[in-house]
Design a protein around this ligand. Structure first.
Ligand SMILES: [Zn+2]
Length: 422
């Protein structure tokens, strides 16, 4: 067991170089740049070591086109005898750079223990750690049982449809027994799942008229104002009172939440033909997009019924009120059992490497586990990886080399436990 940890320590320089190489491939999403390049880079590294690599394009998935094809890679290593299949899944896409950087976002500068760059923590550091873990394990246990898979997949940052959802739909997880997603949840924490999501557009209807005689029309924005007032009075207090047993972090997300993502009514602001003064009209449409995050104790139908009931209450007070609710996106909550094999094994490995008990958390937002759970029908899945979650998507994002090395040791011990039975 200790020679496995030594094998990770011996690969420290490789871990740094691999992380830097991955960060230097700017796989920006949107629009989905260099996906093929990063898959080919990984294939060139892993194929010569006996990994069977398959590059899969998600033809026809959202955003897939000849200029920005949605490429994924699955690398597979078959052991010497039958056994479980352990799959590490990382997304290879990164979000836009944004403002406020003091380092080159794609320079992968090493400064002390930190490597800087967009995607360093979310999640190329985790991808690199899982590869080094697997390579060290294979080198020290060439006769291992079962199989190991490492996938790097597209588009997690935009829903994962051209990535894990596509692969799961093709049956890529049918033979898999354990999944670890090395998202940056910190090296001593196991993420069991995530809350649910319902996005919907609510539109209020009115009637257009001249703005100097608003009494001849019916203002859709005023109707929406009544909807928002009802939300303030009744909905937010109701949601704040709903608490979950899920160990969601941060603490504030242990209740139900609702965000209003956008609001719009009347003439289009800054439209292409905007000349400086808007036309004087009573707006006949007003729309909001709501982002409702719900708990494992709640049912999606119940969540939707709450909004429907709120709209009906408003309608009862406003004679001309008409509205529509359109579903945009939904994900049900997912939470792996703490007694699931991959959870127990990872907790034991954390205890071994770090000398402390693992923390159990649930993510406030969703990630690719949703597709593995719902499409892949696999419940034995966690997120575990190095990095500080708060740094994700921020300027001067970084990953700590020691954190990567420690979590690589945890991942390697998980492989040892699951694929050698020792
Ligand atoms: Zn991520």
């Amino acid at each position: 067991m200790s020679h496995l940890k030594d094998a990770i320590d011996e690969r420290r320089d490789q871990l740094i170089t691999l992380t830097q190489d991955l960060i230097r491939i700017p796989t920006l999403n949107p629009p989905g740049r260099h996906y093929r390049d990063i898959c080919e880079y990984l294939e060139a590294r892993m194929s010569p070591q006996g990994w069977r690599c398959e590059l899969v394009r998600a033809h026809g998935s959202p955003g897939d086109c000849e200029e920005f094809p949605r490429w994924n890679i699955i690398a597979r290593r078959q052991g010497a005898r039958p056994g479980d299949c352990v799959h590490f899944n990382s997304h290879h896409d990164v979000v836009e750079v944004g403002h406020g950087w003091s380092r080159d976002p794609f320079g992968a500068e090493l400064d002390g223990d930190r490597i800087y760059g967009r995607g360093a923590c979310d999640m190329k550091g985790g991808l690199a750690a899982s590869i080094i873990a697997a390579e060290a394990f294979v080198a020290t246990h060439p006769g291992h049982a079962g199989s190991i898979e490492i996938s790097a997949t597209a588009d997690e940052e935009s829903g994962g449809y051209g990535g894990v959802a596509h692969l799961a739909g093709q049956g890529a997880f049918a033979h898999v027994d354990h999944v670890i997603i090395p998202e940056p949840l910190h090296k001593d924490r196991i993420c069991l799942g995530h809350r649910g999501v319902w996005w919907a557009e609510i539109e209020t209807h009115g009637r257009i008229a001249h703005g100097s005689m608003p009494f001849l029309g019916d203002c859709a924005v005023r109707h929406m104002g009544a909807v928002l007032a009802e939300m303030e009075a009744a909905l937010w207090p109701l949601l704040a009172g709903k608490h979950t047993e899920m160990p969601v972090i941060p603490e504030g997300a242990r209740s139900s939440t609702l965000n209003i993502n956008s609001i719009h009514g009347g003439a289009v602001e800054q439209a292409a033909d905007y000349t400086g003064l808007p036309a004087p009209c009573v707006p006949d449409r007003c729309r909001i997009v709501i982002d409702r995050r719900f708990l494992i104790e709640e049912d999606l139908a119940e969540v939707k019924a709450e909004i429907a009931a709120l709209m009906e209450r408003v309608k009862a007070q406003r004679p001309s009120f008409r509205y529509e609710i359109r579903d945009l996106f939904e994900v049900i909550p997912s939470m792996t059992d703490k007694e699931a094999p991959v959870v127990r094994t990872t907790a034991a490995a954390i205890r071994d490497v770090l000398g402390r008990e693992a923390g159990y958390v649930v993510s406030p937002g969703t990630y690719d586990q949703k597709h593995i759970d719902r499409i892949g029908k696999l419940k034995n899945c966690i997120a575990y990886g190095p990095g500080v979650l708060d740094l994700a998507h921020q300027p001067d994002e970084w990953i700590g080399v020691q954190d990567m090395s420690d979590s690589a040791k945890v991942m390697a011990l998980v492989l040892e436990d699951l694929l050698t039975g020792s």
